[in-house]
Design a protein around this ligand. Structure first.
Ligand SMILES: *[C@@H]1O[C@H](CO)[C@@H](O)[C@H](O)[C@H]1NC(C)=O
Ligand SMILES: *[C@@H]1O[C@H](CO)[C@@H](O)[C@H](O)[C@H]1NC(C)=O
Ligand SMILES: *[C@@H]1O[C@H](CO)[C@@H](O)[C@H](O)[C@H]1NC(C)=O
Ligand SMILES: *[C@@H]1O[C@H](CO)[C@@H](O)[C@H](O)[C@H]1NC(C)=O
Ligand SMILES: *[C@@H]1O[C@H](CO)[C@@H](O)[C@H](O)[C@H]1NC(C)=O
Ligand SMILES: *[C@@H]1O[C@H](CO)[C@@H](O)[C@H](O)[C@H]1NC(C)=O
Ligand SMILES: *[C@@H]1O[C@H](CO)[C@@H](O)[C@H](O)[C@H]1NC(C)=O
Ligand SMILES: *[C@@H]1O[C@H](CO)[C@@H](O)[C@H](O)[C@H]1NC(C)=O
Length: 564
């Protein structure tokens, strides 16, 4: 049976070859297949139905005018594969007459023809087969360790392995194509063909001159035509130091006793790690740090400082260090005791690194100017404080001045007591240390018997005199004493204590008498109307007594004045 059919086919072939009915479809169809995969080569674009035709045969162009048979299918017969060469075991036919070619290689790039016999009609449909292969994953090899700025270096090689046709490699930086310009960017491409498979391996080497901004740049390569792309790579960008700055790290203001840190800031990648600090004549080398600290600075520390790279000494930075200082010497200082009438020379010596402002206070009250003392008085006593400021710095200095001397009575006065029965004598004196006050008569003293403030003392004595008295107040301390007298009349009276005018006493007395008489007249008149008396007072006799007293006082006063 098999033999029979074979001979039938051969017969048919001979017939067909010579048949005038044979027609070849003009215009070659082309099919693109993927390398290694099963390729479907359609017969007459798939419009053929194997069951409808008498015979379908697939053959291929062996070259040099020869053709090789692959398979044949007769109506109502099983498919017969007749391929004997490289296609043995690789061919099959689909029900729509397509030739199925498995494990396609580049050698399959030839013309396959499907011959269809339907009735008396014999047609041939040649199909051109092209095989392509996308390269294996694109890879960047020979990647540079790091890129040095401004130096053309081989960045890496992008390899597109086993491709057909050969891959066209484009380099990308941050997803943008890098155009070869022959200077900063240049690309060298090489291609290799595998003699066995005929596949191309393309290598594209990028030579590149990096810039500072390339520190984070992503480089990749792509074969656009087949949509392949390598993974991105980044590079450490190295560059030598170009800029160096000396920073002075210190408190503001920098004052004596502080520490100051010099910091040498230099660019470059990798950053420099060792520096030379030039400290006013002295040089110090530091490693693995960029700082140098000067401890406990003084005014002598002020000056210009520099730093440089150990391996590039010509690159230097400099900065000035200014140590502020404010020294104040006040003379006198502390507690100062002087005698009244003496001089005190006040001197405030200021040594400062800048402009200063001085202010003074005495007992916390601001003074207009520096205190000057010629012929000290007791009122000069007090706490003198000076404040010297310079920017944020300030210094305080002070002295406590105490003026000593024999006491002097400044005032001795008398005053009628509130009840009209007694008199209050007041003895005021100045002096330091506190003088002891004594009176020539006995009496009682009010609660706050005396006060001693700022070298001034005030002492009071309450007396109820039964006779006319001359009372002495005596003040005494280690430096001397003073004494003054005052006359106290037995009648209660007031003394204004003004006993200085000796001239015109008589005129004054007369005048006073007249005035008193006038007032008395008015008073009598008014009291009769009973208008402005307080309930406590006991009638006109009390008032009369008062007036009498006044009158008597005037007389007394004038007599005293006459005595002076
Ligand atoms: C022929 O049939 C195969 C499966 O049998 C199918 O994959 C292919 O698309 C068909 N070809 C055409 C041209 O219709
Ligand atoms: C076709 O093949 C099947 C099994 O593959 C076989 O049973 C059958 O006899 C064959 N037919 C012819 C006509 O050779
Ligand atoms: C490769 O690609 C570049 C740009 O994408 C194009 O100019 C060039 O013609 C291509 N070369 C090939 C062989 O396809
Ligand atoms: C200065 O540095 C020394 C040593 O590090 C430290 O003991 C001292 O407290 C520092 N002085 C100041 C004012 O910071
Ligand atoms: C700082 O230096 C001054 C002299 O410049 C010295 O008197 C002082 O003791 C020093 N202080 C410290 C903490 O070293
Ligand atoms: C104060 O200074 C003057 C001159 O400047 C001097 O004659 C006098 O003795 C000084 N007085 C004191 C108490 O130092
Ligand atoms: C004052 O009183 C004392 C006793 O308290 C007495 O010895 C003295 O004589 C009195 N002096 C006068 C002046 O009265
Ligand atoms: C007190 O002195 C006044 C005048 O100075 C006189 O009139 C009076 O009589 C005197 N009184 C006594 C008690 O001596």
């Amino acid at each position: 049976m098999h033999l029979l059919s074979s001979s039938f086919i051969v017969l048919l072939f001979l017939l067909m070859s010579s048949s005038s009915l044979l027609r070849t479809v003009s215009g070659l169809d082309a099919v693109l297949g993927q390398y290694g995969e099963t390729l479907e080569i359609p017969c007459n674009n798939g419009v053929v139905k194997a069951d409808d035709v008498l015979l379908i045969k697939w053959k291929y162009d062996k070259g040099e005018g020869l053709s090789g048979d692959l398979l044949v299918k007769q109506k109502n017969q099983n498919l017969s594969i007749i391929a004997s060469d490289e296609y043995k075991g690789r061919v099959n036919m689909a029900s729509n007459a397509s030739l199925l070619l498995s494990s396609s290689t580049l050698r399959d790039q030839r013309t396959f023809t499907c011959m269809v016999v339907a009735g008396a009609d014999i047609a041939e449909y040649p199909v051109n087969v092209l095989i392509s292969k996308t390269p294996a994953v694109l890879e960047i090899s020979d990647k540079a360790e790091e890129l040095e700025i401004g130096k053309v270096m081989k960045l890496g090689t992008c390899v597109a392995k086993d491709a057909h046709p050969a891959a066209n490699i484009t380099w990308l930086k941050n997803n943008k194509p890098l155009e070869s310009d022959g200077k900063r960017v240049s690309v060298v491409v090489s291609e290799q063909v595998d003699p066995l498979s005929g596949l191309f391996t393309t290598s594209s080497t990028l030579k590149y001159s990096a810039e500072k901004e390339d520190a984070d740049a992503e480089f990749s390569c792509t074969s656009e035509s087949v949509g392949q792309r390598s993974s991105a790579v980044t590079f450490t960008i190295t560059y030598s130091t170009e800029n160096i700055v000396l920073e002075v790290l210190s408190q503001d203001p920098l004052v004596e006793g502080d520490n100051v840190t010099l910091k040498c800031v230099a660019d470059g990648n990798p950053a420099p790690t060792s520096f030379t600090f030039h400290l006013k004549g002295e040089t110090v080398k530091v490693e693995n740090t960029d700082t140098f600290t000067i401890i406990n600075v003084s005014r002598e520390t002020s000056g210009e400082y520099r730093c440089s790279l150990i391996n590039k000494p010509e690159l230097q930075a400099s900065e000035n260090v200014l140590v502020h200082y404010l020294d104040v010497t006040l003379n006198p200082s502390g507690s100062v005791v002087k005698k009244a009438g003496e001089d005190v020379n006040v001197s405030l010596l200021i040594e400062a690194s800048g402009e200063t402002v001085v202010s003074w206070t005495k007992d916390k009250i601001k003074l207009d100017k520096e205190p000057e003392f010629t012929a000290l008085t007791f009122s000069h006593s007090g706490l003198y404080e000076s404040k010297v400021t310079m920017g944020q710095l300030s210094r305080d200095a002070s002295f406590q001045l105490r003026v000593q001397g024999a006491p002097v009575i400044t005032q001795l006065s008398k005053q009628r007591g509130e009840d009209g029965q007694h008199k209050v004598l007041t003895c005021e004196a100045e002096g330091f240390p506190e003088p002891a006050v004594s009176w020539s008569i006995n009496g009682s003293s009010p609660e706050e018997q005396s006060s001693f403030i700022d070298g001034k003392i005030s002492h009071r004595l309450t007396v109820v005199p039964s006779v006319n008295l001359t009372v002495f107040c005596t003040v005494v301390n280690q430096f001397g004493s003073d004494s003054k007298s005052i006359t106290v009349s037995s009648y209660q009276s007031e003394d204004k204590g003004q006993m200085k005018m000796a001239v015109g006493v008589v005129v004054g007395l007369l005048l006073a008498t007249m005035v008193v008489a006038l007032i008395y007249g008015l008073y009598v008149k008014k009291s009769k109307q009973g208008s402005w008396k307080t309930g406590e007072e006991n009638g006109s006799s009390e008032e009369e007594k008062k007036l009498e007293e006044k009158l008597e006082e005037k007389v007394e006063e004038s007599s005293q004045k006459a005595e002076v």
